[in-house]
Ligand binder design. Structure first.
Ligand SMILES: NC(=O)c1ccc[n+]([C@@H]2O[C@H](COP(=O)([O-])OP(=O)(O)OC[C@H]3O[C@@H](n4cnc5c(N)ncnc54)[C@H](O)[C@@H]3O)[C@@H](O)[C@H]2O)c1
Length: 350
């Protein structure tokens, strides 16, 4: 619905910034709350410039008592109540979740719980939640439909599943509460302007930012973990989707959530699997560059292949992905080339 005020937790992060662009294009009015643990105010400023819009940005942590409640209560008191919350804030690195599970249970689970309490206290009853295909675990059948058993193989995935369960229970208990859980597959790429994109603070956790950092000379080679999987070229297969397509999915999920109380979980993916080598080759072809590779042993816990059945997103939300792997590679490279260090600027010379 155009013109609705939406609280976006984690709106200064990678997916958040792109989603702000899609929301503004649809006439939705975001209000961002972010603690900048992995996001950047610069991302929001760039979205404002791109869209010639002003976005209220509040620095704060969803876990801190009273913070979300104050934001929601203030908006209501100002005559511009928040109609829905888009909940992207969280930690997302699978490996880190294995090494430091409490960090993940605290931020992802306790953070979501605190947010839901604040929503209840202020009468905001619509939520769109960033979940992950990680909730499925090892595939028993492919493509993953939403009815596939849920058996996440790591703490990160378990935190996402716990929040899904909280939302399911809350919707069952509280008539009038509506929650859309979006199970993202593998978002990559950037806005075609090259102004916003993924800006990992440390060593990237995912394949695509690794590729772009090798291409721009920040890293000497790309590690390929496992070349002996039972796939066409031996490397792992994922369902990569353009981050702007994913962003548009949020706009449609918000519209759906406004009109429909109750719980629903929806995959956002393309339905196409692409291997590591296929993605690297597409990147080299589209961007006319070479990515040196080093094959490494498989990583424990990595899944061989997975991709989405996106049919429910089409029938329920009217959403389907529109951009292909070539656009993901071209747009992701435009961002990295123009911003070799992401949103970070080089320290001033001494
Ligand atoms: N990027 C992916 O591949 C992917 C895939 C599936 C699901 N997700 C989920 O989507 C969401 C967004 O992912 P992203 O890639 O944009 O990550 P990101 O780290 O770029 O963005 C998350 C944002 O949340 C903020 N944040 C974290 N904890 C917070 C807190 N307690 N209070 C306020 N702000 C907080 C961070 O500063 C950051 O700006 C996450 O919940 C992630 O688990 C991401």
């Amino acid at each position: 619905m155009a013109d609705m005020r939406v609280l976006v937790t984690g709106g200064a992060g990678y997916i958040g910034a792109h989603t702000l662009v899609a929301m503004l294009a649809a006439g939705q009015r975001p209000l961002v709350l972010d603690n900048f643990s992995n996001g950047s105010a610069e991302a929001v400023r760039r979205v404002e410039r791109l869209c010639s819009a002003s976005i209220p940005l509040i620095e704060g942590d969803i876990r801190q008592p009273g913070v979300v409640q104050a934001v929601l209560a203030q908006a209501a008191a100002g005559g511009d109540p928040v109609r829905a919350v888009l909940h992207l804030a969280g930690c997302k690195a699978v490996g880190e979740s294995v090494a430091d599970p409490l960090k993940y249970y605290d931020n992802n689970v306790a953070g979501s719980l605190a947010l839901l309490h604040a929503m209840r206290e202020t009468g905001v009853a619509r939520l769109v939640f960033s979940s992950s295909a990680t909730v499925y675990g090892e595939p028993q059948s492919l493509p993953f439909t939403e009815a596939h058993p849920l058996a996440p193989a790591n703490p990160y995935g378990r935190t996402k599943l716990m929040v899904e369960q909280m939302l399911r229970d809350l919707c069952a208990a509280q008539a009038g509460f509506g929650a859309v859980t979006l199970r993202y597959f593998n978002p990559i790429g950037a806005h075609p302007s090259g102004q916003i994109g993924e800006s990992p603070r440390d060593v990237p956790n995912n394949l695509f930012p690794f590729i772009t950092q090798v291409a721009v000379g920040r890293r000497p080679f790309l590690n390929v973990f496992g070349d002996d999987y039972a796939t066409a070229d031996g490397t792992g297969v994922r369902d990569y989707l353009h981050v702007m397509d994913l962003a548009q999915g949020h706009v449609q999920a918000l519209d759906y959530a406004l009109a429909h109380p109750g719980f629903v979980a929806v995959n956002l993916g393309t339905g196409q699997g692409t291997s590591v080598l296929e993605l690297v080759q597409a990147f080299e072809r589209v961007n006319q560059c070479r990515i040196p590779l080093r094959t490494q042993p498989r990583r424990p816990g990595d899944i061989e292949r997975m991709w989405a059945d996106p049919a429910l997103a089409a029938s329920l939300l009217g959403w389907r992905s529109r951009r292909g792997v070539d656009a993901m590679c071209a747009d992701g490279w435009r961002w990295q080339q123009g911003n070799p260090r992401g949103y970070e600027t080089d320290p001033p010379a001494a």
